[in-house]
Design a protein around this ligand. Structure first.
Ligand code: SAM
Length: 293
């Protein structure tokens, strides 16, 4: 086990008293977890096992009326949208071929998306995450639901190379890029282990107006549409779904495309949001892209 709390509730205990009011306000959504489900009903022994882990990122249905309780209520709607958008195209592209596909779930958290690939009959799925606490939960669900074709590991994406886990037809880079100090390094690393498609799901900046700088002299004004913003994540110390360093670089859509091209992805396809999807996707604050090598 690492030093992170098992639940966001515990993390809030750590943070209380240390944070300035502005930061405290930022954390308000997570405080709502106190009103969210924290008890599991039914299931006897299974219920005890689940409760020992605290709250969860995904609502895993474990049978016998037992579902893992979420950190915050909105997560269920978010994952439903993300699941639909991620697999809408993949299910077309890999129809009848899932059994040939090796998949890497980068920063897998509790392993939900890798398990979705596994459920489709993929040849092998590997998931890794920086936090032991997430990997331990993923392993628990894997054992309980009997997913043999998937393995989970603790690793930082900054250490990812083809030697570590091999190369993969499909890589999932979901919910990660906007939690990183060096997203370009990650894109290059992910590209190096992808042989067919990488799915990117990420937050993007709203900025689209060009920004400028005078390059050495005033007459050499450079304009760019590609913008990166810096976002601090003070909850990194206790939130098991956050950055591990507390500092994140978030791109606008144009910068994201440019970085994907420089990482060596050739064709980028955007998965269109659907009617009634989770709000950030409808407003394009968040996008799902398929990047082909
Ligand atoms: C928002 S969650 C997304 C989880 C999952 N991929 C999904 O889309 O549902 C971000 C995850 O990235 C992990 N993470 C953050 N920085 C990481 C790093 N440098 N290396 C590996 N995992 C990291 C966190 O522990 C967390 O599980």
């Amino acid at each position: 086990m690492d030093a992170y709390p098992r639940s966001i509730a515990e993390g809030q205990g750590q943070e209380r008293g240390n944070m300035p009011p502005s930061v405290s306000k930022l954390l308000a959504p997570f405080r709502r977890l106190r009103r969210s489900l924290t008890r599991v009903t039914g299931g006897g022994r299974l219920r005890q096992d689940i409760e020992r882990f605290g709250t969860w990122t995904y609502p895993f249905d474990l049978g016998n009326g037992v579902t893992t309780p979420l950190h915050t209520d909105w997560m269920a709607e978010s994952h439903e949208t993300r699941n639909k958008m991620t697999f809408a195209r993949l299910d077309e592209i890999y129809a009848g071929r899932w059994a040939d596909i090796r998949c890497l779930d980068v920063a897998c958290n509790e392993g939900f998306f890798g398990m979705e690939v596994c459920r489709r009959g993929a040849k092998e799925v590997v998931g890794f995450d920086a936090r032991d606490v997430n990997v331990e939960k993923a392993d628990f669900i894997k054992q309980h639901l009997g997913y043999d074709g998937i393995s989970f590991h603790q690793a930082d994406v900054g250490e990812l190379t083809p030697d570590r886990f091999g190369v993969f037809d499909l890589t999932l880079c979901l919910g990660l890029l906007y939690h990183l100090e060096n997203p370009m390094d990650t894109l290059r690393r992910v590209r190096a282990v992808t042989t067919d498609i990488c799915v990117i799901d990420t937050q993007v900046l709203r900025v689209s107006a060009p920004v400028t700088t005078a390059w050495i002299t005033e007459d050499r004004l450079i304009e760019t549409e590609d913008v990166i913003g810096i976002i601090e994540e003070p909850d990194a110390i206790w939130n098991p779904a956050a950055s591990v360093t507390g500092l994140s670089m978030v791109m606008n859509h144009s910068a994201l495309l440019k970085m994907l091209q420089h990482a060596g992805f050739k064709e980028i396809e955007r998965v269109e949001p659907f009617e009634g999807c989770f709000q950030p996707y409808a407003t394009s604050d968040r996008v799902v892209l398929l990047a082909r090598v």
